[in-house]
Design a protein around this ligand. Structure first.
Ligand code: HPA
Ligand code: ZN
Length: 337
């Protein structure tokens, strides 16, 4: 009988997730033992208990420390496989996954191990998990842009299977324009472009990401609501925003879901999707985020379908693939009517 009931969850794309931010404490301990790396916690439960954050930087400190267990190609493969297996149960049909090459290069982990481990799992994702995937190389905005440009050249030279580039890490004090050359090079190479902007920083960072970086998509972007003229522009240009409401609350960019600008962004007609960012760190995969916003805002099935549709429309997939997914979302919407 259960199989005949309409699924409780819409099919969706996840567009904003950091692969390194999907590291579950159990896997962290398993990899630590395998690689002989020490962790400053006695067990997975105490590591998880440390996931209380003051702001973005306090999270980034732990996120960066957690990565110390990722050393070999097999580690990156295991990490990628674990994320895909988990979100297959969350209704995810397409995932655009970011990774942070510089975070591993600075620790002496070769780019080939990082990219090779991720790529070999992504290649089989559609067959094994029913999830199509695209990979995004994100650059650290709090490091020198010359280093980012060098890493981009290396990714291009090795023909890494990336669809695009992103920009992440500490936002305040590191405006998008610092990475103009990197993004121009990416554009010249035919890569797609997304950037974190307006997470802790001002709406001006969203504008600058669009104008200086030619960003096609904005990650977070919640401060855009402070600039009504910019909201009108992104509505008119249908710029996708990958919003992570639970992350924003956990990193104290906003005090609570009740005070989060997501409903205002939707109401304004923006193309917004909901995403997890770094799921175990915020105790919420994208299905949990769906539950949280549905409860907080009393979303209807139609509104949830609207968010799921926006996730596909905001993706870097070809239009014919988007259309197939939109038909599936529509079937889910009407199945509950
Ligand atoms: N913001 C910036 N950098 C990040 C984030 C985030 O939310 N998650 C992982 N790296
Ligand atoms: Zn992010």
């Amino acid at each position: 009988m259960a199989a005949l009931l309409p699924s409780s969850r819409p099919p969706r794309a996840e567009l904003h997730v950091h692969l390194e931010g999907t590291l579950e404490p159990d896997l962290a301990f398993e990899l630590a033992a395998r690689n002989g790396v020490g962790l400053p916690y006695p067990d997975p439960a105490s590591l998880r208990a440390a996931y209380e954050f003051e702001d973005l930087q306090s999270f980034l400190d732990l996120y960066t420390a957690g990565m110390s267990v990722l050393r070999t190609e097999a580690d990156f493969a295991d990490l990628t496989r674990a994320y895909l297996a988990r979100v297959a149960r969350a209704g995810v049909r397409h995932a655009e996954i970011s990774f942070d090459p510089q975070a591993h290069l600075v620790r002496g982990v070769p780019l080939e191990a990082v990219v090779g481990g991720i790529a070999r799992v992504l290649e089989r994702s559609e067959a094994e998990h029913g999830i199509s995937t695209l990979l995004i190389a994100a650059f650290h905005r709090d490091r020198d842009s010359a280093e980012a440009l060098d890493v981009l050249e290396r990714l291009l030279a090795m023909d890494a299977p990336i669809v695009g580039v992103g920009l992440d890490n500490a936002e305040v004090g590191y405006p998008p324009r610092l990475f103009q050359d990197v993004f121009a090079r990416a554009e010249l190479a035919g890569l797609r472009r997304t950037a974190h902007a307006g997470e802790e920083g001002p709406a001006a960072n969203v504008r600058e990401a669009l104008d200086a970086l030619h960003a096609e998509r904005i990650d977070h972007g919640i401060s855009v609501v402070q600039d009504p003229g910019l909201v009108a522009r992104v509505v008119e240009q249908e710029v996708p925003f990958t919003v992570c409401p639970v992350s924003n609350v956990r990193l104290r960019a906003v005090p609570s879901l009740a005070e989060h600008p997501l409903p205002a962004m939707i109401e304004a007609g923006m193309l917004v999707s909901i995403n997890s960012d770094d799921p175990p760190y915020f105790d919420a995969y994208v299905d949990d985020v769906d539950d949280a916003v549905t409860a907080a805002y009393g979303l209807t099935r139609d509104q949830r379908a609207g968010l799921a549709a926006a996730s596909f429309r905001g993706s870097f997939l070809a239009q014919d693939r988007v259309d197939v997914h939109l038909a599936e979302v529509e079937a889910w919407r009407t199945a509950g009517a």
